[in-house]
Design a protein around this ligand. Structure first.
Ligand SMILES: Nc1ncnc2c1ncn2[C@@H]1O[C@H](COP(=O)(O)OP(=O)(O)OP(=O)(O)O)[C@@H](O)[C@H]1O
Length: 466
């Protein structure tokens, strides 16, 4: 029964049973006509973590029996109080292959109508629109906020909701030590971006129908969110990935080629891999005793995330501070596995969605050949980055990064601004550029609730780390 999406009276009074329902002349529980059949809409799990919508028509000669069944199922569904009844939904028409609106019309709206979810839809018109709306709109009527977009759109929703909750509770988000409040409204993630790593990590697929079904089911899980501070200012909250060096350079460069669509990442990625730049830096991190390579995969009923949800993990006394210096091709703070269809294992396949940690993946500056090796690993369905000799992986609760040229400049004025600029990269934060090099990252354990029943199985199982 938990897989039922909705129940409707049958074609005695319904025209298009799959999509639009003709409203009954009176309340659905007291029909003026006497239907002798009803339609049960339900979801079925399939391979590769996909769910699909199905319906079955059931008949009985006695309309009172049909009415009784419909009433019983409706009462059961009404009792599932975690299912959202009214949602605010943002559509980014601009992300990914610009299919956001089509996805809404073709895949999402019909399912929401079937499930009886009252949806207020808003098409975003500019960068920051979703965030600003969430900071100012009256949200009291809504049970959830949903976005159709990529990781950047989701990040806007998360930033808007958390900043709103902070303001309401008079918590200063610029204080990097502050415990940020959990927003009241859970979040639904429907992928239509270029990479969609959050949807992929949560649902195990970027299938749109699956994402909509997870929202209708209403089951939710706590998702860690990491804050990025610099100079005592909150720059951004992120759910997926923060990356300095190669991916920072790629995102900065690729913005110029947005007209290419998702191919812009291939183009800029190629240019920057050939350039093979290295960046000096120092990472200071509060490491968790659980090393990513020895950790489990995070799927449905993940015990590590459940333990953290109930705060049954002893805290900072078992963590220790470490410092790592060097010249890096890339410095990454992965809040999730960061898998996507092009990189099924992601940067850190053993990363957990709700354990209060980020996986810090440091890729040393090395040869062009090794960079290619790393990219091949990233696109592998079986292998990970963990065992590459020029990659170091840590699990951390917080970390700071300082670009070493900045440190040099503080002690010597000889370095010109031009040299300084070329020796600094930017951060790629969930697909957006952050210019400040020196940052502090802190994980806020299960800060937001997201709709998902989680993946039933790892996207691609593996047997060893060879
Ligand atoms: N109408 C719009 N015009 C221009 N930009 C927009 C508009 N609506 C939203 N945006 C911005 O587009 C940015 C990118 O969107 P999004 O992250 O959804 O797609 P993407 O970058 O292609 O996908 P991904 O982040 O998964 O790689 C977001 O940061 C958002 O602020």
């Amino acid at each position: 029964m938990t897989d039922v999406l909705a129940v409707r009276y049958g074609d005695d009074w319904i025209h298009e049973v799959n999509v639009k329902e003709k409203q009954p002349p009176t309340s659905p529980t007291s029909p003026t006509v006497c239907p002798t059949n009803f339609i049960l809409h339900y979801a079925v799990p399939g391979p590769k973590n996909k769910w699909s919508h199905h319906s079955v028509t059931m008949s009985h000669t006695d309309p009172r029996q049909v009415a009784s069944w419909v009433k019983t199922i409706r009462n059961y569904l009404m009792g599932l109080s975690h299912r959202p009844r009214k949602i605010l939904l943002f559509v980014n028409p601009f992300g990914g292959k610009k299919k956001g609106l089509k996805i809404w019309e073709k895949d999402v709206q019909p399912l929401m109508t079937i499930a009886g979810i009252d949806t207020k839809m808003l098409v975003t018109e500019r960068v920051g629109h979703a965030r600003d709306t969430l900071l100012s709109a009256d949200l009291s009527d809504f049970h959830a906020v949903v976005c159709i977009g990529g990781d950047g759109t989701l990040a806007e929703v998360i930033n808007g909701l958390v900043l709103r909750a902070s303001r309401d509770r008079q918590i200063d988000p610029n204080n990097s030590e502050a415990d940020l409040p959990t927003p009241r409204l859970p979040i639904g993630v429907i992928p239509s971006g270029s990479t969609d790593t959050v949807a992929y990590s949560l649902h195990g697929t970027t299938d749109v129908q699956t994402a909509a079904i997870h929202i209708i089911f209403g089951d939710n899980t706590g998702l860690d969110i990491s804050s990025v501070h610099s100079d005592r200012r909150l720059l951004r909250l992120y759910a997926s990935m923060l990356s300095y060096g190669y991916l920072g350079d790629v995102i900065r460069d690729s913005e110029k080629f947005r007209w290419m669509g998702p191919q812009r990442y291939d183009y800029s990625g190629f240019k920057k891999i050939v350039a093979n730049k290295g960046y000096e830096g120092e990472i200071h991190l509060l490491s968790d005793p659980c090393h990513p390579a020895t950790s489990t995969r995070c799927i449905k009923n993940c015990t590590r995330c459940l333990q953290h949800m109930h705060n049954s993990i002893p805290d900072k006394e078992i963590s220790r501070w470490l410092t790592v210096r060097g010249k890096f091709f890339m410095v990454n703070g992965a809040n999730l596995s960061c898998g996507c269809s092009r990189s099924p294992m992601g940067f850190s396949p053993h990363c957990h969605v709700g354990d209060g940690c980020v996986d810090v993946i440091l890729v040393r500056h090395t040869s062009f050949f090794n960079n290619i090796r790393m990219l091949l690993r990233l696109s592998s369905k079986q292998k990970t980055l963990y065992d590459l000799p020029f990659v170091e992986v840590y699990r951390a609760r917080e970390f700071t990064f300082r670009a070493l040229p900045t440190l040099h400049m503080q002690s010597s004025n000889e370095i010109s601004n031009r040299y300084l600029k070329s020796s600094l990269s930017v951060w790629n934060c969930d697909g957006e550029v952050i210019d400040s090099s020196n940052v502090k990252i802190r994980v806020h354990c299960q800060l937001v609730n997201v709709f998902t029943r989680r993946a039933q199985e790892p996207v691609h199982d593996r047997t060893c780390f060879c």
